[in-house]
Design a protein around this ligand. Structure first.
Ligand code: KIV
Length: 265
């Protein structure tokens, strides 16, 4: 199985071959997604809300991402491993951004980092790329900007916002990003951005015309409770299955049916 690199992703865009990306936060999930053929695994800062139960992604630390990244690295063989740069790990200074990005590769064993922001992060992205750390950018709905955006809303609806998002996309490409996530923006805008950029666009809630798609793994598997935004498709509904299995276990233990002779020494 050939290892996926950032060069493969560029080629995939050129050949019209759609790129698939999913989040992963632990070793067994990483192993299953990798074996299923996923091209990119993202240790997203969504780990904060999805796994730790935080209200949003802002409390996530560099150490938390590194911990989860190491676990995901142990499970995957082929997929490109991308670590999210958490809030305040790259915004304070270029020096800190470079140092923290370096930690993601040295300690987390990631192969690239993801940074939220467009024009405002052009210099930061360039500085990280200049020390040979591949950067995936992320524009549109950027969850670390929740308080500025006033909620998780569709971005790029107004004319002025649309032009700004196009400029953001061009800025991250200019800065050297190898790909850009487009989150929750209108389909026609992501189509326009994807056609103007030579780097791949990876959409989430950005319609079908991106060069690839990403979802949070828990959303895809139906493991996120009532949370179900419009852009999520549940490819499985695992919560009831888990619930049934746990109920059977409880019943069998209570009724002294488990463990049986076959499970005993
Ligand atoms: O943190 C995350 O999971 C992400 C993806 C949804 C793109 O940024």
């Amino acid at each position: 199985m050939k290892k996926v690199t950032i060069l493969d992703l560029k080629k995939m865009k050129e050949e019209g071959d759609k790129i698939t990306m999913l989040t992963a936060y632990d070793c067994p999930t990483s192993r299953m997604l990798d074996a299923s053929g996923i091209e990119i695994l993202l240790v997203g800062d969504s780990v904060g809300s999805v796994m730790a139960g935080y209200q949003n992604t802002l409390p996530v630390t560099v150490e938390e991402i590194i911990y989860h990244c190491q676990a995901v690295a142990r499970g995957r063989i082929r997929a490109l491993l991308v670590a999210d740069m958490p809030f305040m790990s790259y915004q304070v200074s270029i020096e800190e951004a470079k140092k923290n990005a370096g930690r993601m590769l040295k300690e987390g064993l990631a192969e690239a980092v993801k940074v939220e922001g467009g024009l405002n992060m052009e210099e930061v992205i360039k500085a990280i790329c200049d020390i040979d750390i591949p950067v995936m950018a992320h524009i549109g709905l950027t969850p670390q900007s929740i308080h500025r955006m006033g909620g998780y809303k569709v971005q790029g609806k107004a004319d002025r916002e649309r032009e700004k998002l196009l400029q953001d996309a061009l800025a991250v490409e200019r800065a050297g990003a190898f790909a850009v996530v487009l989150e929750v923006i209108p389909s026609f805008l992501s189509k326009e951005i994807s056609s103007q950029l030579s780097i791949p666009t990876i959409g989430i809630g950005a319609g079908p015309d991106c060069d690839g798609q990403v979802l949070v793994i828990n959303d895809l598997l139906g493991l996120s409770g009532e949370f179900r935004p419009k852009f999520v498709k549940r490819f499985a509904t695992l919560e009831p299955l888990i619930s049934e299995a746990v109920k059977s276990y409880i019943t069998e233990v209570k009724e002294s049916k488990f463990p049986g002779a076959e499970h005993s020494f």
